[in-house]
Ligand binder design. Structure first.
Ligand code: IPD
Length: 328
């Protein structure tokens, strides 16, 4: 392969960029067709990575997520050993630990300077403080109770933040084999196909998702049931409780449900889905109607602001603490 520079020398009067550009063009036309092909792929990859510095992280993470999903599907074929965490309804399995280990070790090896907040690491005492550093927020199995019962709504949920802003989210509903993805400003997808919220504005024509388990303290339990009654009697078309916060958000993002609200979840349940529902045109806010806060353990997502604000107005808040304070 020859490299023609023609008459051009660095000390000509041409501006530097123009000179370099001419060198590149000369180089391109001096190559064989196959080298030209490789060169174009190289330039295209360079352009994509320059326009989104986190694209490469997302591509790598997608591959890790697929491996995690395969691990979960295989585990569903075997006996499942169940352990309790904070209460008899807060479950964890060996698979939660193994999947989190796979995800964090793979990402850490590739990105050693990044930070990590993983559900099972936090349960084992790791801090869950969100900083400006690039941070991976990971739920290895979102829907552990579903996993234990082989109820088929189980997901791997990963959100990636930089300066506390979510840059991209991945939710893999691995039994359904649905890979939901979204990058800031680039839309939301399911298995590569664009998705959009329903756009529903009328709450009385909507299907609402929430969680019916988990908080069993009497006062919270009563408020949770009272909230469900309030929403049902608006009325709405119905309430559903699929049991994976991340999948709930993706159901709203893809127009299969019109809203989801919950108090008492965690940043690892919300980070991946928050990116997806926002990029699908949905609205995400705090349960009070104020701005969404990833560490607040509460959220409303909806197909429209009208519905989200109506839910905020109707439901009664109860205290759930924060992810970034001691004694969560
Ligand atoms: C749970 C699920 C559930 C939500 C709980 C979460 P996990 O996640 O997302 O839908 O209501 O608050 O803790 O424990 O299965 O990862």
């Amino acid at each position: 392969m020859s490299f023609h520079t023609g008459e051009l020398k660095p000390n000509t009067q041409l501006p530097g960029e123009l000179f370099n550009g001419i060198l590149v063009v000369n180089f391109y036309f001096s190559c064989t067709k196959s080298v030209q092909g490789l060169f174009l792929i190289f330039i295209a990859t360079l352009c994509v990575n320059m326009s989104d510095p986190w694209q490469e992280c997302m591509n790598f993470c997608l591959d890790v997520t697929k491996r995690a999903g395969k691990m979960i599907r295989e585990a569903l074929q075997k006996d499942i050993t169940i352990m309790q965490k904070s209460s008899p309804v807060d479950l964890v399995t060996e698979t939660d630990h193994k999947v989190e280990q796979l995800i964090i070790s793979s990402l850490k090896e590739k990105y050693p300077t990044h930070s990590f907040i993983g559900e099972e690491s936090v349960a084992a005492g790791a801090p869950s403080i969100l900083t400006d550093n690039p941070t991976w927020i990971i739920d290895p199995i979102d829907g552990t109770t579903n996993f234990v019962h082989r109820f088929p709504f189980v997901s791997v949920s990963i959100g990636f933040t930089v300066k506390k802003e979510i840059e991209f989210g991945i939710v893999y509903s691995c039994v359904e084999d649905k890979m939901y993805t979204a990058q800031r400003g680039k839309g939301a997808f399911c298995n590569g196909v664009p998705i959009k919220v329903s756009g529903q504005e009328d709450i009385s024509s909507s299907l609402v998702l929430t969680e019916m388990g988990f908080r069993k303290e009497p006062e919270h339990f009563h408020m949770m049931l009272a909230n469900i009654k309030t929403i049902l009697t608006i009325p709405v078309h119905g309430i559903r409780s699929p049991g994976s916060a991340a999948i709930n958000m993706c159901l709203v993002a893809s127009g299969s449900a019109d809203a989801y609200y919950h108090m008492g979840i965690h940043c690892w349940d919300m980070a991946g889905g928050a990116a997806i529902v926002t990029e699908a045109g949905g609205v995400i806010m705090d349960i009070s109607g104020g701005p969404f806060d990833l560490m607040s353990r509460r959220l409303i997502v909806a197909s429209s602001r009208t519905i989200a604000e109506r839910i905020a107005k109707e439901i009664t808040e109860f205290p759930v603490g924060r992810d970034d304070t001691e004694g969560r």
